[in-house]
Design a protein around this ligand. Structure first.
Ligand code: SF4
Length: 250
């Protein structure tokens, strides 16, 4: 008989039984698991198509036991649009970082949301370009030092961090837009609920759903996993406030 504890720690069937390449303390693994748990919850593994972006999450197909399409830089929402329109019965999601979604693919995400495409978008915001070496992203915080802002982000010349969840919430095509974090057990539980709700919107064919997840990148922040996790609570959450900015069902 399966105990309650075994059930909690059991690997979701939508995830493969493989080791990840993510750095120690990276939150991608946690977020992958939450997405897989949502797919398991709705029993849609066999009809799910993930769209991988460019960045540290590029190897989506290596971790999720679902069909996956690889999209060019920033174009995941455009690729997902095509996949979903050809296969409206499938569950289609993109998984994108902030360099990919909020910089290279700003146009694609805004127009996919504005068109109300029936997809689920998981947006991992760690305030930097992860895979390419920690460059400044649109989400980099004021004064944050990165490899391309060695003196800290200067909002006078570099602009302000973009709050994607709020920005997309004002578009009529967006049905659900929320921001969560995975820096504490309580926030992980909340993030799991939000991701499940975002897939529920798609299962019920109710429109475009977006979940921004604040995440740690210890490697490019030059921090230990513990310090990086603390930074999410101390610096990211005060700027990128957690909450749901649109939920048309409520
Ligand atoms: S570089 Fe950052 S985002 Fe990429 S795997 Fe490492 S910790 Fe995660």
């Amino acid at each position: 008989m399966t105990t309650a504890l075994q059930k909690v720690f059991a690997r979701p069937v939508s995830l493969k039984d493989v080791q990840t390449h993510f750095c120690p303390g990276c939150n991608h693994g946690t977020i992958h698991r939450l997405v897989a748990e949502a797919l398991d919850h709705f029993a849609v593994q066999d009809k799910t198509i993930g769209v991988a972006s460019v960045g540290c999450s590029v190897f989506l197909y290596g971790y999720f036991d679902v069909d996956v399409v690889e999209a060019p830089h920033g174009r995941a929402p455009a690729v997902a649009t095509g996949v979903k329109r050809v296969h409206p019965d499938k569950i289609v999601f993109t998984y994108q970082g902030d360099g990919d979604l909020a910089a290279i693919g700003t146009s694609e995400i805004i127009h996919a949301a504005n068109r109300g495409e029936g997809m689920t978008v998981i947006f991992v915001n760690n305030t930097t370009y992860g895979m390419t070496g920690g460059q400044m992203a649109p989400t980099t915080l004021p004064q944050q030092k990165t490899s391309t802002s060695p003196y800290g982000r200067n909002v006078q010349t570099d602009g302000y961090p973009i709050r994607m969840a709020e920005l997309l919430a004002v578009l009529d095509g967006t049905a659900y837009s929320t921001r969560v974090a995975v820096n504490s057990p309580k926030n992980v539980l909340q993030a799991g609920k939000a991701i499940r709700r975002a897939f529920q919107y798609q299962v019920e064919a109710k429109g475009f759903a977006f979940v921004e997840v604040l995440s740690a990148c210890p490697t490019n922040w030059g921090m230990t996993p513990l310090k990086a996790n603390e930074r999410v609570g101390d610096e990211l959450i005060p700027y990128f406030q957690l909450g749901t900015f649109k939920d048309v069902d409520k």
